[in-house]
Design a binder for this molecule. Sequence first.
Ligand SMILES: [Fe+2]
Ligand SMILES: [Fe+2]
Length: 221
Amino acid sequence: MITLKEIQKNESIQALVHAGNRYLEAMGYTDHGPRHAGYVSKTASTLLSRLGYSEHEIELAAIAGWVHDVGNSVNRHDHGPNGAVLLYPILREAGMHINDVVEIITAVGNHEEQSGFISSPVSAALAIADKSDAHKSRVRGGKPDPDDPHDRVNFAIQENRVIVEPERKVIRQEIKMDDTSSVLEFLSIYMARIIMCEQAAAFLGCHFELMINDRLVNKRA
Ligand SMILES: [Fe+2]
Ligand SMILES: [Fe+2]
């Protein structure tokens, strides 16, 4: 099986990750480069590992996390489906089995909350990992634009982690944010993403809990 390490060394993937991040930097978006890809890869694979999925699916989730945003090199709009189409020949050429390629492109093509539909564990793990990435380290250069709500919210987040409790069937995101932004501002930006996390967790047979500053802000299981 092709591993995450091999995919990270693939020069086509490297060029696309870089191009997508550069494009979004020009648009004034938060980090979408190796930091974000690394977080999503690690979080998606850890989720499936904690829930007892196979090593094969765990590695596919790690790969999907690393490559999920390459479509931003084409355009922000429809970057999920565009990324999937870009990835197909690259992953095949890299020697990945067709069944694994299909797993990856379905997950990547459905990771955005605007049009994504969760149809596999890898897709569910990718969605939760991607939507949960909010942290001060995502603000480029450590300098938030005070007029940009995404910068304000991310910069206020001091801690962020995703915890899995397999016995309770709970996936919980725990955020600690300071008062340079607010819970309301966080929710105004992240609401659609939280709903996608709830849907993805349900696909995995779990409930999604969101805790901000030690308070549960969505429905308890
Ligand atoms: Fe994305
Ligand atoms: Fe992303």
